[in-house]
Write a protein that binds this ligand. Structure first.
Ligand SMILES: Cc1cc2nc3c(=O)[nH]c(=O)nc-3n(C[C@H](O)[C@H](O)[C@H](O)COP(=O)(O)OP(=O)(O)OC[C@H]3O[C@@H](n4cnc5c(N)ncnc54)[C@H](O)[C@@H]3O)c2cc1C
Length: 299
């Protein structure tokens, strides 16, 4: 996830309170919030422009972006910030998601105990469909040629210093996403705008007039805040821009972060296997063969 904050000295006349809101992301977040400024501007022509100015804009409503929004909503420090989340795809099916018995989605994630704690802290854990959250307490990784192998087991005190009951939990991504969205949409006090079915088409630092971006009667100098061009024709401005927009990130391109990648020239198969119910299905298996890895995760 990429974060970039923008602030300008002139703007600070209106903005105070230094906030630090995420220990991994210690960024300037100082503001007299737009939220408190907006009602005073209701009869002003610039009101519309102010509506498009946010403290934080998160691009991408996958697991990372949604979880960040939810964490912001659940923090006393950040819940009054003006936050926008922009997601390209239609997520309505996620709000209604219910698992079909004996049918599993192919996209799953392994959650660590720390991730579970995080989800508990932000109110997400209780919304998960728990019968579809599968713990595993053992990992077997081995080489297909030499048979060299690694084994991690919760009961092995040499591997885990803390007393873990499980190494992790395998959860379908849809289950995680519905749980986060449910929590997020219940946060009524959160000053939050969810732009669903909306694509970020570009991010620019150009002169505001060129892109019809909001300028507020010269009151604020936001010229070094990015303009975010949306597919619905709107432009947003933000003090903190978060890129949670996946592998082809428009935010990453905007900040010129280079990435390296190559085609593996390989195809992968993902499937759900029905195992004998008498087998204790609590081990994550991974075997490295010359043709590529083969893995089996408990779900
Ligand atoms: C085939 C596959 C298998 C995987 N298997 C596993 C696994 O077994 N275990 C595991 O832990 N992880 C796995 N991963 C990785 C895991 O899925 C990702 O790390 C995780 O989903 C990343 O979440 P994210 O929220 O950062 O990004 P994403 O899930 O990629 O979400 C990015 C979001 O941003 C949105 N977006 C992108 N561009 C724009 C734009 N311009 N405007 C608006 N919205 C935009 C997209 O619509 C998307 O919803 C797998 C990934 C893939 C591709």
């Amino acid at each position: 996830m990429i974060l970039k904050s923008f602030h300008r000295f002139k703007f600070n006349r209106f903005l105070h309170n230094e906030l630090f809101f995420h220990k991994q992301v210690v960024k300037h977040c100082n503001s007299r919030l737009f939220a408190t400024l907006l009602p005073n501007k209701s009869n002003d022509e610039s009101h519309k422009n102010l509506e498009n100015i946010y403290d934080i804009v998160i691009v991408g409503g996958g697991i990372a972006g949604n979880a960040l929004a939810c964490a912001l909503a659940n923090s006393e420090i950040t819940k009054s910030q003006r936050v926008a989340l922009i997601e390209f795809s239609d997520v309505s099916y996620l709000k209604e998601w219910k698992p079909s018995p004996n049918e599993f989605s192919n996209r799953v994630s392994a959650l660590t105990p720390q991730s579970i704690e995080f989800f508990k802290d932000i109110g997400v854990w209780k919304n998960l469909v728990l019968e579809r959250v599968k713990p595993f307490n053992d990992i077997q990784v081995w080489d297909g040629i030499t048979d060299a192998r690694l084994n991690f087991n919760c009961k092995d005190n040499n591997t885990f210093r803390t007393n873990l009951e499980n190494i992790g939990w395998i959860v379908e991504n849809h289950n995680i996403q519905q749980a986060i969205l449910t929590q997020l949409l219940q946060c009524k006090d959160f000053n939050f705008h969810f732009f669903e079915n909306t694509k970020v088409e570009g991010i620019f630092l150009d002169d505001s007039s060129a892109y019809n971006a909001p300028s507020v009667n010269g009151q604020f100098d936001l010229s070094d805040w990015p303009n975010i061009k949306l597919s619905d024709g709107n432009f947003l401005k933000t003090r903190l821009l978060v890129g949670a927009d996946g592998f082809n990130s428009v935010v990453r391109s905007f900040i010129n972060i280079e990435s390296i990648g190559w085609d593996y020239d390989a195809h992968a198969v993902v499937a759900t296997l029905l195992v004998d119910r008498l087998v204790e299905n609590v081990t994550a298996w991974q075997r490295f063969l010359p043709t590529g890895p083969i893995a089996m995760l408990p779900v």
